[in-house]
Write a protein that binds this ligand. Sequence first.
Ligand SMILES: Cc1cc2nc3c(=O)[nH]c(=O)nc-3n(C[C@H](O)[C@H](O)[C@H](O)COP(=O)(O)OP(=O)(O)OC[C@H]3O[C@@H](n4cnc5c(N)ncnc54)[C@H](O)[C@@H]3O)c2cc1C
Length: 349
Amino acid sequence: MSSSELISGRPPRVAVVGAGLAGTTCARRLADAGCAVFLFDKSRGLGGRMATRRAEWIDADGAVHRAAFDHGAPAFSARSAAFQAFIDEAAGDGVLARWEPVMAPGSHRSLDGLALWVATPDMPALCRRLAGELPLTRSRAVDEIARSGDGGWRLLAQGELLGDGVFDAVVLAMPPAQAAALLAPHRDDWARHARAVPMQPCWTLLGAEAGPAPAWDAAWPERGPLAWVVRNASKPGRAADSDGLNRWVVHATAAWTATFLESPADAVQAQLHAALERALGRGVRWTHVAVHRWRYALAPRTASAHQPCWWDPALGLGVCGDFFSGAGVEGAWLSGRALAAAIVPDPAA
Ligand SMILES: Cc1cc2nc3c(=O)[nH]c(=O)nc-3n(C[C@H](O)[C@H](O)[C@H](O)COP(=O)(O)OP(=O)(O)OC[C@H]3O[C@@H](n4cnc5c(N)ncnc54)[C@H](O)[C@@H]3O)c2cc1C
């Protein structure tokens, strides 16, 4: 697909598989450039690892409680001027807000002077904003991308055709191991490279309890299994803990998670519970608790490829995601933006 097709013919039809930040950034930019963009995601909602889980439970006294836990990326920051400009615009629109947590004494890292940002009212809100009204097929995992006779692409899930017909281009915007499975029949070189990216896992505990709130909002404990401890309500735009319960999100370190990756969830929960008690210096009695295993949470800090995305114009196949441009939310955004620019170069750039 070349940019000239944009000018001469019908708008190119692009399928974007993966509606996290890389996918929705790419999709928004392609749509703004005149492409007909279709989003696909295996989850119920948008956002990918910019995730918020909602829970509702009834306690022993019969009272109903509701909570939302940001159990994916707790927050993010900007190192590049381009991403900072994007943040400033989104903050102006009210979809991002600065989070200035009081850090627990003994937290081992400084914030490097970087501001922390969160989406409001929940983490997926940023991706929802980018996706806007673009057509979205959700709750279906694409398990095959196939060439059609006329040189286009078809998307399949368990043998069933997804979407409305043939696409001129396909964008894969997902963790590398998942992209590799789809890429293998078409670009085995990319698939092999993607398979080799050492993504870091993260066990996450989310729970509510009625103990006294500490004088801090977040902690990076100095030692032990915990990477982050966050009081969710300390973030802007979140509902206050009006029922008197603290809502905690606790991320284990990548090294600890790797050791216990295949352990049963209840054993992991018990260990993270004990670590939180040590961090708080008191006992914790949950009124609601769960754990979530992120098998592919964080990309390595060093970019895995020498370019910010992959784009094969002859095939009409592209890949973006946080594993190209360095770890984290910023890397995902930079990669999604770069792929859109490769597919539809900006004549003014
Ligand atoms: C626990 C945790 C802590 C983190 N902490 C930080 C942090 O402090 N700072 C920071 O900057 N970043 C952090 N991150 C990383 C950050 O969330 C990611 O780098 C970023 O959100 C990745 O965006 P993405 O679009 O590349 O991928 P994703 O967000 O993973 O999006 C990929 C999407 O593709 C979908 N998908 C996958 N396979 C298929 C398929 N076959 N068919 C259809 N859909 C599919 C998935 O459902 C998902 O929605 C953290 C992540 C986690 C999980």
